[in-house]
Write a protein that binds this ligand. Structure first.
Ligand code: NAD
Length: 256
């Protein structure tokens, strides 16, 4: 593992454009469960309960969705960035980061100090809520307060449309600008580092392929194996926090 950490640090130092691609595994050390690990969200809930079509289809589904979303928002609101988020923010300060493409909805890259223009949130964010009808935006805490006071499903004050966290559910269209930018950045980078993703959720999981086909080096840092391990230039299996802290340390040592 030590050798892998040193190698990634060298690649970051010499890369012209480093893209970080983050998944839920980046935030488990901040106390937010991922989907597929033991104790993850899929052990508690049926993935179908998250389908966008169901949310649209019935009041009962919306009620169920908001119950799950409320339970998942608790740890997200409390969470603080861990050493992996902080290392990514530090890479930006050292001008060593092209961007972070994140599947995460927890806002921890912002909290860690990455700037808005460096963060591409592919699956939206849980930090605010929008009306599916008129797109009016609401503060998440304000909506959670309505639920706490007894509302089962929140509706828009202006048009009466259903409110939903600004996250992308299964079956919901991907955000156009973010998706396009993520593809463009993936194809233009020379180093692509996946951190904490099972790489099974599409189309996000095709980004490493795009990068590799455009001749970028591909690094995968993940606790468990992924379907792309074989095509990667380097795979490090382990915890994102200590690994990223080690990489940052090596980059700093070499550049000082
Ligand atoms: P996933 O749950 O499919 O996979 C997470 C991967 O991270 C697993 O392969 C696991 O081995 C690995 N992992 C877990 N903890 C780790 C750690 N400390 N260090 C290194 N690796 C670790 O997650 P995914 O690939 O991101 O895809 C699932 C979807 O889940 C995404 O669309 C994302 O939007 C959503 N999601 C986000 C959050 C969040 O915002 N924090 C939480 C749960 C789910």
């Amino acid at each position: 593992m030590e050798e892998g950490i040193r190698q990634v640090a060298q690649w970051i130092i010499h890369a012209k454009k480093t893209v970080i691609f983050a998944g839920a595994g980046l935030s488990t050390e901040s106390g937010i469960p991922d989907f597929r690990s033991p104790g993850g969200v899929w052990e508690k809930y049926n993935p179908e309960d998250f389908y966008f079509q169901n949310f649209i289809a019935s009041e009962a589904s919306r009620e169920k969705y908001w119950r799950m979303a409320t339970e998942m928002y608790g740890p997200i609101k409390k969470a603080q960035p861990n050493p992996a988020h902080l290392a990514i923010a530090e890479l930006e300060r050292m001008a060593k980061l092209d961007c972070v493409i994140t599947q995460n909805i927890d806002g921890l890259h912002h909290k860690a100090g990455n700037s808005e223009e460096k963060i591409i949130e592919l699956h939206g964010t849980a930090t605010y809520v929008t009306c599916l009808n008129c797109k009016k935006r609401y503060d998440r805490d304000e909506i959670q307060e309505r639920l706490r006071r007894g509302a089962k499903v929140p509706y828009c004050d202006d048009c009466g449309g259903p409110l939903k966290p600004a996250t992308i559910s299964f079956g919901q269209s991907m955000p156009e600008r973010e998706t396009e930018e993520a593809y463009q950045r993936s194809s233009a980078c020379d180093l692509f580092i996946v951190i904490g993703s099972s790489l099974v959720v599409q189309p996000a999981a095709s980004m490493p392929l795009v990068a590799k086909r455009s001749r970028a080096k591909l690094v995968i840092i993940n606790r468990d194996p992924t379907p792309y391990d074989e095509m990667a230039d380097l795979v490090i299996h382990g915890q994102a926090g200590p690994i990223m802290a080690g990489i940052l340390n090596d980059v700093k040592k070499d550049l000082s």
